[in-house]
Design a protein. Structure first.
Ligand code: ME8
Length: 672
C-alpha cells in the first residue's frame, strides 16, 4: 500500500479563520480523501502555531496566560474543520508536549553538531511585527507593516549556519525540479538563491519574548517561532508514523514560500532528514478586488458560506473557481452563478429528470436492465473513461479546477445523452427495452460522478449514491455496475436553485457597505508576496549586501493602467455564460408593461422557465409559441415589473430577430 503524507500550514491561533485558511485545508483534505479512495495509506496533518509575541500580547490583554489563550482560540480552527468535513489524521498544536520535546531534541542535535553559534546583531526592531527591519524598509521611520514605532536594538542571539547549505539547496532543486511547485514559485526561490544566503537567527531572548520553546542549551532564550513551527511536519510523525517522511506535499500559500523551501530544506539537511518531495504554493484570494482585511470589513467568513450554501458547495466553489497556484477574486455573485450553473442546473438536471420523473413514471422506480450498446452509448462510455482519467491525473497533481472540469464534462455529456436519446420519445413509441437501457446509462454516469466526488463532498456524494441504493463509492468508469431491479429514489434536490443571494449574505454585504470606511489613500506597499522576503535583518544578518535579501519579484499583480482598447475577455469569462436551446411553450403580454412579454420556455428542465422579454413591440405572443430560441440559463434571476425572469433570450438588432440553433435541436441542448 503506497504511503501518502500531505500537510497544511499550521495556522496562527490569533487569526479568525477565513476563506484563505479554509482554501488550503479543503485542498489538502480533498487530495487526502482521494488518495484514501484510491487505497493509499494516508497521513493528513494540520494544526495551529501557538507561540510568539502576538499570542503573548493578546493573552495579556485578556488577562490570560498565553497557554489559556491558545487553548481557547485554537478551537476556532477545529470547529471550522469539523463543519467543512476535514478529515485530518492529526491536529498538531505547537504547545503539545511531544512537539516541544522534538524541537528541543533537534536543537540539541544541531548544537552538538556545531551547526549553531552565537553572535551579536543590531537593527530596527518592531514589537508589533515581531521582526527586525532594514533602515531602507522603514516607512517614515516606522514599521512598514503596522505603522508602529521601531526601536534600535542590539542583542546576542543564536544562529543556524544556513548559509552553508546554499550549494546543496541549489543542487537539490536542480535534481528534483518538482520539489517546488508551481514552476513560477520554483523560479522565485531560485531567484532568491542567486544572492548569498545568510545564516538564520533561531532564538529570541526570553527577556524580550518569553512565549516559546526554551533552548535546551541556553536558559536565557526561546526558539524562533518559525524554527518551532516548521518542525511540526516531522514532530507529528513521532511514535510510529516516521515512515511517512518525506512528505508528498506541503500545501501552503505563496506568502510562506521561502520559509518552506530555503529555511526548511536547510534545517532538514542539517538535522539529517530528506526534504519533502513537493512544496506546493497556491495563490491568494482577494475579495471583490481587494485584499481581505479586518479594517476593510471584507473578511469572508467560511461559517456564513457554510450556513448559506452547505459545506459541499463551498468546497466545490473554492477548488473550482480559480486554478490552484493562481490568485483569485472572491465575489458573492460569482459564487451564486457557479452554484446555480454547475450544481443546481448541470448536476441537478442530470439526476432530477431521470430519478424524479422518468424512472418512477416509466420504469417502476428501479434500475432498468441494460441493452445492446449503441454508438451513443459507446461514446458516453468513452467520455466516462476520459473524464475519470482526467480527474485522477489532475487531482493527484493538485490541479483541482481541471479535475472538476474534467468530471463536469461527463455530467454535461450525460445531459446531452438524455437530450439526444429522447427517452420521452422512446416511451411514446413503447420501446421499453431501449428506454430502460438509456435511463440505466444515465444512472451509471450519476454513480461515477457521485463516487468521484466522495473526495470533495462530505455529504452530497453520499446522498447521490444513496439515491441509487449504494452505500460506498464505486469508481469503476464503465457503464455496467448497477444491479438491475434495485430501487432508486429521487429524494430532495441536492442543490436547490437559488434565485438570489441568501439572506445572511445580503445582510452581511449591507452591513459591510454601511460600515465601510472612506477610501484609504493608496498604501505605500502593495501586498507582500512572501512573508519571508527579508532585507538584511536578524533573520539574515550575514547578507549585508542590499541585493542579497529580497525575493526576485513580488508575485502580487501590479495595478495595470486602464486599457483604452475594448476589453478582451478570457475564454473562461465566456465559459461562464451558459447558453442552451429552448422552445417557447407559452407566451402572454405582461399585465403591467406594454413592452414586455412573459414567456414560458422549455430549456430541458423538468419545468419550463419563465423569461420576461422586451420584445412586445416586434413579436405577438401567438407568433412565438413553438419557436426554438437560444437562452442564457445562468443569468441571475430578476424581477421585471413584478414578474420573475429566470434567464434571457438572445435576439438580434432592432427587429429583435430571435436567435435559434434550428428546430431540430432539442430544448436544453448546451451551446458551446
Ligand atoms: O503563516 N488566500 O500562518 P497563517 C489564500 N503560522 N490562502 C490564504 C489567505 C488568502 N487570502 N490567507 C491565508 C502562518 N491563507 C504560519 C504558518 S507553517 C509551518 C506556519 C492560508 O495563519 C495560506 O495557506 O498566517 C497561507 O500560507 C496560510 O493561510 C497562512 O496562515
Amino acid at each position: 500500500m503506497a504511503r501518502f503524507y500531505v500537510t497544511t500550514p499550521i495556522y496562527y491561533v490569533n487569526d479568525v479563520p477565513h476563506i484563505g485558511h479554509a482554501y488550503t485545508t479543503v485542498a489538502a483534505d480533498t487530495v487526502a480523501r482521494w488518495r484514501r479512495l484510491r487505497g493509499d495509506d494516508v497521513m493528513f496533518l494540520t494544526g495551529t502555531d501557538e507561540h510568539g509575541q502576538k499570542v503573548l500580547r493578546a493573552a495579556e490583554k485578556k488577562g490570560l496566560t498565553p497557554q489559556q489563550h491558545a487553548d481557547d482560540t485554537h478551537i476556532r480552527y477545529k470547529q471550522l474543520w469539523e463543519r467543512l468535513g476535514i478529515t485530518h489524521d492529526h491536529f498538531l498544536r505547537t504547545t503539545d508536549a511531544a512537539h516541544q520535546a522534538f524541537v528541543q531534541a533537534q536543537l540539541q542535535k544541531l548544537h552538538d553538531a556545531g551547526e549553531l553559534y552565537t553572535a551579536e546583531y543590531s537593527g530596527w526592531y518592531s514589537t508589533s511585527a515581531e521582526r527586525f527591519w532594514a533602515e531602507e524598509e522603514l516607512v517614515d521611520g516606522k514599521c512598514p507593516d503596522s505603522g508602529q514605532p521601531v526601536e534600535w536594538i542590539t542583542e546576542k542571539n543564536w544562529f543556524f549556519k544556513m548559509g552553508a547549505y546554499q550549494e546543496r539547496l541549489l543542487a537539490h532543486i536542480a535534481a528534483n525540479p518538482d520539489c517546488i511547485q508551481p514552476e513560477l514559485r520554483r523560479n522565485e526561490v531560485l531567484g532568491y538563491l542567486k544572492k548569498p544566503l545568510g545564516d538564520l537567527c533561531i532564538s529570541r531572548p526570553k527577556a524580550r519574548m518569553s512565549w516559546g520553546i526554551p533552548l535546551p542549551f541556553d536558559p536565557d532564550y526561546v526558539t524562533y517561532v518559525w524554527f518551532d513551527a516548521l518542525s511540526n511536519y516531522l514532530s507529528a510523525l513521532q511514535g510510529g508514523r516516521e515512515a511517512f517522511w518525506p512528505a508528498d506535499y506541503h500545501i501552503i500559500g505563496k506568502d510562506i514560500l521561502t520559509f518552506h523551501t530555503v529555511y526548511w530544506f536547510s534545517m532538514l539537511f542539517a538535522m539529517g532528514f530528506e526534504p519533502p518531495k513537493r512544496v506546493y504554493a497556491h495563490g491568494w484570494w482577494m475579495v471583490e478586488g481587494q485584499k481581505m482585511s479586518k479594517s476593510l470589513g471584507n473578511v469572508v467568513s467560511p461559517h456564513m458560506l457554510v450556513d448559506s450554501y452547505g459545506a459541499d458547495a463551498v468546497r466545490y466553489f473554492l477548488l473550482r473557481e480559480i486554478p490552484f497556484g493562481g490568485d483569485g477574486d472572491f465575489a458573492h455573485q460569482a459564487f451564486l452563478v457557479r452554484y446555480n450553473a454547475d450544481l443546481a442546473n448541470d448536476l441537478g438536471n442530470l439526476g432530477h429528470r431521470v430519478l424524479a420523473t422518468m424512472l418512477p413514471r416509466w420504469m417502476g422506480g428501479v434500475v432498468p436492465e441494460s441493452g445492446p450498446a449503441t454508438d451513443a452509448d459507446l461514446a458516453l462510455a468513452a467520455v466516462a473513461k476520459r473524464a475519470t482519467e482526467g480527474f485522477d491525473t489532475n487531482l493527484s497533481a493538485l490541479q483541482f479546477r481541471q479535475a472538476l472540469e474534467s468530471l463536469w464534462e461527463l455530467v454535461r455529456a450525460g445531459n446531452k445523452y438524455v437530450d439526444s436519446e429522447e427517452p420521452w420519445a422512446l416511451n411514446k413509441r413503447g420501446d421499453t427495452a431501449r428506454l430502460g437501457a438509456v435511463l440505466r446509462n444515465v444512472l451509471e454516469v450519476w454513480r461515477i460522478v457521485g463516487s468521484h466526488l466522495a473526495c470533495l463532498w462530505p455529504t452530497k456524494s453520499g446522498e447521490m449514491l444513496a439515491k441509487l441504493g449504494l452505500t460506498e463509492p464505486d469508481l469503476t468508469p464503465t457503464l455496467d455496475r448497477l444491479v438491475a431491479g434495485s430501487p432508486v429514489s429521487a429524494g430532495d434536490p441536492l442543490f436547490p436553485r437559488l434565485l438570489e443571494l441568501p439572506p445572511a449574505i445580503q445582510a452581511a454585504l449591507e452591513a459591510a457597505r454601511a460600515a465601510a470606511p472612506p477610501p484609504e489613500p493608496k498604501p505605500k506597499k502593495t501586498f507582500k508576496a512572501d512573508k519571508a522576503a527579508p532585507a538584511p535583518s536578524l533573520e539574515n544578518p550575514v547578507s549585508t549586501d542590499p541585493a542579497a535579501a529580497p525575493l526576485a519579484a513580488p508575485a502580487a499583480p501590479a495595478a495595470p493602467a486602464a486599457p483604452a482598447a475594448p476589453a478582451l475577455i478570457e475564454y473562461d469569462d465566456f465559459a461562464k455564460v451558459q447558453l442552451r436551446t429552448g422552445k417557447i411553450v407559452k407566451a402572454e403580454r405582461h399585465p403591467k408593461a406594454d413592452r414586455l412579454l412573459i414567456l414560458q420556455v422549455d430549456v430541458g428542465e423538468p419545468e419550463p422557465r419563465q423569461i420576461v422579454a422586451g420584445i412586445a413591440a416586434t413579436h405577438t405572443p401567438e407568433s412565438l409559441v413553438g419557436q426554438s430560441i437560444v437562452v442564457v440559463v445562468n443569468l441571475k434571476p430578476a424581477k421585471l415589473r413584478g414578474e420573475i425572469s429566470n434567464g434571457m433570450l438572445l435576439a438580434a438588432g432592432d427587429s429583435a430577430a430571435l436567435l435559434s440553433a434550428g428546430a431540430d435541436v432539442p430544448p436544453g441542448t448546451g451551446i458551446k
